[in-house]
Design a protein around this ligand. Structure first.
Ligand code: GLC
Length: 564
């Protein structure tokens, strides 16, 4: 696969972007430990052509200078074929107190047990956290991240850029050849989900996992990884089960599964003010959906038991901690816990950083679904009594959603604000009862007409995070009007579940056509312009849609076309 003008490259923890405005590498990250927005930048200027492939990026300039950049594992190699000048840079360790130390031909910087070493054949001047590399006839720079041996590794990389490039090409080709079929979006999304994987020595993140985007979101999130596992289950159910491992092992004694697990403890402290790797919140309970998918692709008693125990205790935690009025409807208590950070849904109830509890339609649809999944697994494991108990719990929540959250006149589901007052904000969360399978047939029919109404949710990129006729609709607003692939996926699955096959296909086609060959965090709902983080994990859910639609041809043993 060759892409023109794609400037991003990632390895394991190292991720970087060639400078779009001139020579060099502008962005650089070593996970959450070290970061820079001007890593090695040179003269400003306009380049002629840049080609990305599995080996790395090669960029040509008008004056014949060629840059090449490759990253593999935690090593990076950058070279400029000719010319004279200098590249300047600055790096920031996430932990205060860590400093650059100068070593022969380069420098090293350490943070939370991680070391970054940079060496070059050129002349290097270091001062504080900044540095300058001057060169007379091209330049070569090598970077390695890791333990205290990083410096030696960086030194051994000088002169072996080509080896690093072939190692990268070989590894990526090996993992991708099983699934690639020549469809550009399909192939690109497989590259994204498989290359977003990270493996790290860490007290909590002990199993390898997938970050949402190596350029923006560089640790593990609960609902992101659940979506990742859904996609990975098409590739290898064992890998998908592994994606969920850290989430299960970091479950707290009270049953809560953490919202996110930071790579850097310092980052977590800065963001949440807690001295831990995780904040005290959770995220939308999509975990059960992922577990169901993994087990449907490949039943495994050991994993089923582990997941069952975790889900039962998570469900109890939700009962104890997110249902103040004991009515079997659960609440989000923090905007970030909802995953819909700045949504118009929370405008009325925001209080400082937090918010008043909202009995949300998506949350309760997911709790209903979680209980159905628990019941399914329990029955398969011969735990009939548990299965029956969770069926009853599911019904109780389902009934409350169908009655209290439904507005018959408008034909939509709404969140319940404190005092069981229906919110008036129309969002695609209203379609979650389709996904969960809890809506009745009339409700389902009413919902479909909203999905395809151009005044509401049938925008250029469908399903804006707030209806297009809402006064606050902003097609470029983060969760205030952009479109997100996970919400399209939920709705697509819901349409199919209720037998709206043609409608589902229309939605699928629009999704695939509008994404083109991009896999971004979200999209301007009115124009389809890609926005937010690049190479974004859960946007690869489009692969599951393509698989259902028969758009991704059969490839590999796990990619059987959906049979119904
Ligand atoms: C943003 C999103 C949230 C997501 C996280 C990681 O905060 O709003 O839903 O889980 O990024 O992708």
């Amino acid at each position: 696969m060759r892409l023109v003008n794609k400037l991003e490259l990632s390895g394991n923890l190292i991720a970087c972007r060639l400078n779009p405005d001139g020579l060099g590498v502008s962005e650089f990250y070593l996970g959450e430990f070290v970061e820079s927005s001007s890593f090695l930048v040179g003269n400003k200027g306009r380049w002629r052509r840049s080609v990305w492939d599995l080996g790395g990026v090669r960029r040509e300039w008008k004056d014949g200078v060629v840059e090449s950049l490759t990253v593999h594992g935690d090593s990076l190699h950058y070279s400029l074929s000719s010319g004279r000048g200098s590249l300047r840079g600055e790096v920031k360790p996430s932990q205060s107190g860590a400093e650059l130390t100068e070593v022969e031909g380069g420098f090293a910087i350490s943070s939370e047990g991680w070391t970054l070493a940079l060496v070059t054949g050129g002349k290097l001047k270091v001062g504080g956290n900044s540095y300058e590399v001057s060169y007379d006839d091209g330049i070569e720079v090598a970077v390695a991240g890791g333990d205290s041996k990083a410096l030696e590794r960086a030194r051994s990389l000088l002169g072996s850029g080509k080896d690093l490039e072939s190692a990268r090409r070989e590894e990526l080709s090996r993992s991708l050849q099983r699934v690639w079929n020549g469809h550009p979006l399909w192939d690109y999304c497989w590259y994204v989900i498989l290359s977003n994987r990270v493996s790290v020595r860490h007290p909590v993140l002990r199993a390898p996992f997938t970050v949402p985007s190596k350029y923006t979101f560089r640790h593990q999130w609960l609902w992101d990884s659940s979506f990742h596992a859904v996609v990975l289950s098409l590739y290898d159910p064992d890998l998908a089960a592994q994606e969920l491992e850290n989430l299960l092992t970091s479950q707290r004694p009270d049953g809560r599964i953490p919202h996110e697990i930071f790579l850097s403890r310092a980052k977590c402290r800065d963001f949440w003010g807690v001295d831990d790797y995780s904040p005290p919140t959770t995220q939308p309970p999509v975990l059960a959906v992922a577990v169901e998918r993994v087990l449907s692709e490949k039943w495994d008693d050991r994993f089923a038991k582990l997941a069952l125990e975790a889900l039962v205790s998570y469900d109890r935690w939700l009962e104890r901690s997110r249902d103040e009025d004991g009515d079997s409807l659960y609440s989000y208590v923090h905007p970030l816990e909802s995953g819909w950070d700045d949504s118009v849904r929370w405008d009325e109830v925001k209080r400082g950083e937090g918010m008043e509890p909202v009995e949300a339609v998506d949350l309760n649809s997911l709790v209903y679904k979680q209980r159905r999944v628990i019941s399914w697994i329990a029955r398969k494991l011969g735990e009939e009594e548990l299965a029956r108990r969770f069926e009853e719990k599911a019904s109780a929540t389902g009934r409350m959603v169908r009655t209290l959250m439904w507005d018959g006149e408008r034909g939509l589901f709404y969140d319940l604000l404190p005092g069981h007052v229906k919110s008036r904000v129309k969002t695609p969360a209203a379609f979650m009862p389709l996904f969960a399978g809890l809506a009745d047939v009339e409700q389902a029919e009413a919902l479909v007409s909203h999905i395809f109404d151009p005044k509401e949710f049938w925008t250029h990129f469908p399903l804006p995070t707030v209806s297009a006729d809402d006064p606050k609709y902003d097609p470029r607003g983060y969760w205030r009007g952009r479109s997100w692939v996970n919400l399209v996926w939920f709705t697509y699955k819901g349409l199919r579940y209720y037998g709206f096959r043609e409608e589902a296909s229309v939605l699928a086609r629009r999704l695939v056509d509008t994404m083109g060959t991009t896999c971004r965090e979200n999209y301007d709902s009115s124009t389809g312009e890609p926005m937010g983080a690049v190479d974004f994990g859960w946007s690869t859910l489009v692969l599951d849609v393509m698989r259902d639609e028969g758009m991704g041809q059969q490839a590999g043993r796990a990619l059987k076309l959906a049979s119904q």
